[in-house]
Design a protein around this ligand. Structure first.
Ligand SMILES: C[S@@+](CC[C@H](N)C(=O)[O-])C[C@H]1O[C@@H](n2cnc3c(N)ncnc32)[C@H](O)[C@@H]1O
Length: 215
């Protein structure tokens, strides 16, 4: 019931899809100091391995921009969006800041859309999209991780984030927190809440297990 309410809230909170990747702010591209992450987009897709844990609801572009600002994304970053939808977060990170990006989504339709959006935005050499269950993904190379999932999915993912990511990696979540892992910063943007954490050197043991919430 609680999850149903949250989903309804997520869906109700989006404005009708008026977003377009062409609307991203353009700045002069900085030369990349690192090797591109992109391999050509595959022409064929595999079937979805299981139902998604979270429905597709895109983050409005002003909120994407605020999330990347909150994480202080720069050209040296590798930004992973876990559950990347149409790819707008890694694409914006590449286009606006010259960062590299990886988007992971379980839904093949989203991956196709994300690859097409990257191509249109001219950043296919710096972003890569992978059709994969985020719970099976290796995101250990990320320097920034972005999330727009659900409260229980954030909590289920938290031990994996803390075990895989290097100390100093920034995590930004749209709308949902991480239970008793208190955020460093919380911001309101266009009626949405965004949260920032930095992965500590030695995470406390209680954060490394899945936190159970009472419904
Ligand atoms: C709320 S949308 C967020 C999309 C994008 N990150 C954004 O902020 O615009 C959540 C996305 O997560 C994907 N997703 C849900 N469960 C997943 C899983 N287990 N592994 C990978 N992707 C998943 C969905 O297909 C959907 O595209």
């Amino acid at each position: 019931m609680r999850v149903q309410k949250l989903l309804l809230g997520m869906v109700a909170s989006i404005s009708v899809v008026s977003w377009s990747i062409a609307g991203c702010t353009t700045t002069a591209q900085q030369p990349l100091s690192q090797t591109p992450v992109q391999t050509p987009a595959p022409e064929t897709t595999k079937p979805q391995e299981r139902p998604a844990d979270v429905p597709y609801v895109p983050t409005p572009q002003p909120v994407v921009d605020a999330m990347l600002r909150l994480a202080k994304v720069n050209k040296n970053d590798l930004v992973y969006d876990l559950g990347c939808g149409d790819g707008r977060i890694p694409i914006t990170a590449a286009k606006k800041y010259g960062a590299r990006g990886v988007g992971i989504d379980i839904d093949p339709e989203r991956i196709q859309e994300a690859n097409e959006n990257a191509r249109k935005a001219g950043v296919s050499d710096r972003v890569q999209f992978r059709q994969q269950d985020l719970f099976k993904a290796d995101f250990s190379k990320a320097t920034v991780v972005t999330l727009y999932l659900l409260p229980d999915i954030n909590l289920k993912l938290r031990p994996q984030l803390l075990k895989q990511l290097k100390p100093g990696t920034r995590i930004v979540s749209h709308a949902f927190d991480m239970g008793n892992w208190k955020p460093q910063k919380v911001q309101q943007v266009k009626g949405r809440t965004i949260y920032l954490w930095t992965v500590p050197k030695n995470p406390p043991a209680d954060l490394l297990s899945v936190e159970v919430t009472v419904q």
